[in-house]
Design a protein around this ligand. Structure first.
Ligand code: ADP
Ligand code: MG
Length: 224
């Protein structure tokens, strides 16, 4: 029994199209441990997002195993996958994906309320998290009234709202200017060190990758 938060074993993902088969992941295996920051690199189109979507239980692999916090996921039904995703996995994307009609505070409260937390408790935790990310003065702002870096910080708070064991990030600093990207990266790093969440982050930035604990490189459908 491994104590890895994420275990991936010989994962395959084939996209079947009308006239061709695209074999994007061809037997990918790796683990990520608690408190570990792992960079996922590879050219555009190498399958980074596909891998993150599979690991985040948003896409279903064609073959192979994904084990999250000891739970084998391949035999789970959609309801079980949803519960495990809600409880154990946080996502940060390149674009913020915040709900435009809701304030920063409400965006962070939502996953907690969906998980059944009382409103007051969700609001308290959301405010605390946003405060820790330097957004105490932005709680009432809708996403359109936040800068790109602020939007990403709200996204990070939202991803961590339910205290996930695994944090998946798909080029989270890809849309940000270098200074803002540095701030956001440092916040992610501090969160991993403090909470022990396991983080897998796709990035095109070799300097950021070099600062993480390890780099996985996707090429030709495999980790090289
Ligand atoms: P990356 O994130 O590394 O840029 P992706 O995982 O987005 O790569 O894409 C890997 C390959 O899979 C690309 O060739 C892409 O066009 C293809 N692909 C991604 N999603 C789908 C899909 N839903 N259907 C068909 N092909 C897809
Ligand atoms: Mg991608």
């Amino acid at each position: 029994m491994s104590n890895a938060v994420l275990q991936v074993e010989t994962l395959h993902r084939v996209y079947e199209q009308a006239d061709n088969r695209l074999h994007v992941l061809q037997g990918v295996s790796f683990e990520v441990g608690a408190g570990e920051m792992v960079a996922l690199m590879g050219q555009s189109g190498s399958g980074k997002s596909t891998l993150l979507q599979c690991v985040g239980l948003l896409d279903t692999p064609s073959e192979g195993k994904i084990i999250i916090a000891g739970h084998e996921t391949q035999a789970m039904n959609e309801h079980e996958r949803t519960l495990l995703r809600r409880e154990s996995i946080g996502f940060v994307y390149q674009a913020h994906h915040l709900l435009p009609e809701f304030s920063a505070l409400e965006n962070v409260m939502l996953p907690m309320m969906i998980a059944g937390q009382p409103k007051k408790q969700a609001a308290d935790r959301a405010a605390k998290m946003l405060d820790a990310l330097g957004l105490a003065a932005r709680l009432d702002h809708r996403p359109a009234r936040l800068s790109g870096g602020e939007q990403q910080r709200v996204s990070i708070a939202r991803a961590l709202a339910n205290r996930p064991k695994l944090l998946l990030a798909d080029e989270p600093t890809g849309n940000l200017d270098p200074d803002t990207a540095e701030t956001v990266y440092r916040m992610l790093e501090a969160i991993v060190r403090k909470t022990g969440v396991a983080m897998l982050m796709a990035t095109h930035n070799p300097e950021l990758a070099a600062r993480m604990d390890r780099t996985l490189r996707l090429k030709g459908g495999a980790i090289v």
